[in-house]
Design a protein around this ligand. Structure first.
Ligand code: UD1
Ligand code: CA
Length: 629
């Protein structure tokens, strides 16, 4: 031991060196190993935060592979970077400190950058032991179940290090030793500085080993870490997962100690940034991320994700997602609710199933119990949001804001188009869409809905039955009829209907003039004779083999009009052109209708109709040649 060791060792300066220059080949990653994340923090950030609690005079980070990235990731931390241009081993890394710590007389804590779970207490204990025993180096060792991959430490009964062998350089017998080197050491720097230049690369990896420096020092002792889980070094993804699990166990154990119940701890994950009050209950499959504060007696989960949020006391968050929001006391959320960022939910609210809230301030004792979207809004207290209420906050370009006053109620399926201000004590009727900027003052009822149409006697199918069925192309036969002066309109049509094999005949058009007309007007039992010249305005109706049923409308020269049943006694004046049509797919007949007591038109679809070939009857009927359907 050097002369300086005679002084008050506890007063010796402390510097820390973190070895972070390696690539971490076994991670199989582009990212430098120390920048891989364990929870929310990178490996090196975790370690750095721990070592900084020791308040070292200097904190040196040795960088090499991907050093730009590492320097950037740590720019917020009070550290100095030392470059190791070529990575020739842990011993070579520490050799880079020789010029940097030239005049340094204190202790140097060397920590591998890949040991993220080290606890400050453990480092404290290492320092204390080092200061108490005053060796050249105190090495942090641990007894582990699976020593694979680590250097093995061999000590005597006084914990003096006799031998230190890397895994690859071990004999099979040496490999059986479960005491390992954690990669954390407290050196008396002047002693280390003396031996560093004499390292060689005569080993399996052809690297300069820092462990060789330990062996070169006169007085080297080991101290076992109390909990071997904390010294796990991350070399590959398997160890990263293992560290993740250890970290989770550690956090949950601490919270259980502090009075938190985990119903199924293994299915829950959280971060150090989470603060849980006593009597919080965490149900299975629940995950907390980022800075979260959960109040007493609040129950989270099962199946919830809480991120960077504050939740008060006596709440229950069931199968829901809450992120970057604040929730008061006695609030029920879920199942299946989504509280999106920048939401504040007051005390005693109930946010029920399938409710999404975004950037909304919600007053106390307000309920949105089912199926709603409330985005960019401010709701008062004791508001009731009906099922299916949607705030339409986005017009396709911009988000707009909605305000709803205290004690107002939105009916089921209301749409509030933003921007909108709804007063207090308002009731919005179910199914209402309130347009943007529509004034809705305090204390009113708003109804904005389509009213129902009731069709008496309607039955399923009746609508379809009354609906005209399109016929296949070419299935109509068309007959132009030319009537001559003195001919009786009704008689001619009846004759035509008898002579032609008409199945479903009707009038397509009728043009002509009459010298007189006989009509049965509505409500009359007698025929009415109009004995003047008349123009046919319209002729409509059906022609069946069993008779015709036609209506005629006529006008005189003064424009007076009459309409009624066509009766015999309508005589053609100059001429009349009537176009009749006949459908082959249907049959018209006149059948008594029990409802009216009259003979009414009966329409029947003709099954497998074989179209009768078009005929010419006294030169008047012309069938239209048809294409096959
Ligand atoms: C090292 C120890 C081993 C110990 C284990 C604990 C040596 C020779 N071996 O092995 O006894 O059990 O840690 O985890 O020290 N690094 C550099 N520059 C380099 C090489 C490495 O900065 O040239 C850094 C790495 O980035 C890493 C740390 O040093 O953060 C450890 O390197 P690593 O290759 O992981 O060493 P191990 O093989 O794990
Ligand atoms: Ca390692």
């Amino acid at each position: 031991m050097g002369a300086e060791s005679g002084g008050n060792m506890a007063e010796r300066d402390l510097a820390v060196a973190i070895l972070a220059a390696g690539k971490g080949t076994r991670m199989r990653s582009q990212l430098p190993k120390v920048l891989h994340k364990l929870g929310s923090l990178s490996l090196i950030e975790r370690l750095l935060r721990t070592v900084l609690t020791l308040k070292p005079q200097r904190c040196l980070v040795i960088v090499g592979y991907g050093q730009e990235q590492v320097r950037r990731a740590l720019q917020e931390y009070p550290v100095e970077f030392v470059e190791q241009a070529q990575q020739l081993g842990t011993g070579h890394a520490v050799q880079q400190l020789l010029p940097v710590l030239e005049d340094f007389q204190g202790d140097l804590l060397v920590v591998n950058g890949d040991v993220p779970l080290l606890r400050a207490e453990t480092l404290q204990a290492l320092l204390e032991r080092h200061r108490q025993v005053q060796p050249d180096v105190t090495l942090l060792s641990a007894q582990v179940a699976d020593p694979y991959g680590y250097g093995r430490v061999f000590c005597d009964a006084q914990q003096r290090i006799l031998e230190l062998v890397e895994e690859r350089d071990c004999t099979p017998a040496q490999r059986q030793n479960r005491r390992i080197n954690s990669g954390v050491y407290c050196f008396h720097w002047p002693a280390l500085a003396r031996v560093l230049p004499s390292l060689d690369r005569n080993n399996a990896q052809q690297e300069y080993y820092l462990t060789d420096a330990v062996k070169l020092l006169e007085k080297a002792i080991a101290l076992d870490a109390e909990d071997p889980r904390e010294i796990v070094g991350i070399n590959d993804r398997r160890q990263l997962a293992q560290a993740h699990q250890i970290l989770q166990e550690r956090l949950k154990e601490a919270w259980m100690e502090a009075g938190v119940t985990f119903v199924d701890p293994d299915s829950v994950s959280l971060e150090e940034t989470v603060e849980l009050a006593p009597d919080v209950v965490i149900e299975p499959q629940t995950h907390l991320r980022g800075p979260c504060r959960i109040g007493p007696r609040t129950r989270l989960g099962p199946g919830s994700w809480i991120e960077s949020s504050t939740i008060g006391s006596d709440c229950h968050i069931l199968y829901s997602v809450v992120s970057h929001s604040q929730i008061g006391n006695h609030v029920w959320v879920g199942p299946y609710a989504h509280v999106r960022p920048h939401s504040q939910i007051g005390d005693g609210c109930r946010i029920g199933n399938f409710v999404e809230i975004k950037n909304a301030q919600i007053g106390s004792h307000t309920n949105a119990a089912h199926l709603a979207y409330l985005g960019d809004a401010k709701l008062g207290s004791q508001v009731n949001i009906g099922a299916g209420t949607v705030i339409a906050n986005y017009d396709g370009q911009q988000k707009h804001f909605t305000e709803i006053g205290d004690r107002s109620k939105t009916g089921a399926n209301s749409v509030l188009v933003a921007p909108l201000k709804v007063g207090s004590d308002v009731t919005i009727a179910a199914g209402s869409t309130i347009p943007a900027r529509y004034p809705v003052p305090d204390d009113c009822l708003v109804i904005a809905r389509a009213y129902p149409v009731v069709k008496p006697g309607w039955r399923p199918g009746s609508a379809a039955a009354g609906r005209p069925q399109p016929l296949p192309t070419g299935s109509l036969r068309v007959y132009p009829l030319r009537l001559l002066p003195g001919q009786d309109l009704k008689q001619e049509l009846e004759r035509f209907a008898r002579q032609q094999p008409l199945q479903a005949g009707f009038v397509l058009s009728a043009v002509g003039s009459l010298s007189q007309a006989t009509l049965r007007l509505a409500d009359q039992t007698e025929d009415y004779l109009l004995s003047e010249r008349l123009e046919i305005l319209a002729l409509s109706g059906s022609l069946c083999p069993d008779g015709v049923h036609l209506h005629l409308a006529v006008a005189d020269a003064q424009g007076r009009t009459w309409g009624g049943h066509l009766r015999p006694g309508c005589l053609i004046y100059t001429t009349a052109e009537i176009v009749l049509a006949d459908s082959l797919e249907y049959r018209f007949s006149r059948q008594p209708d029990p409802a009216t007591g009259y003979l009414e038109l009966h329409i029947e679809k003709v099954a497998e109709a074989t179209p009768p070939s078009p005929q010419r009857a006294d030169g008047t009927g012309v069938g239209i040649p048809s294409c096959p359907p």
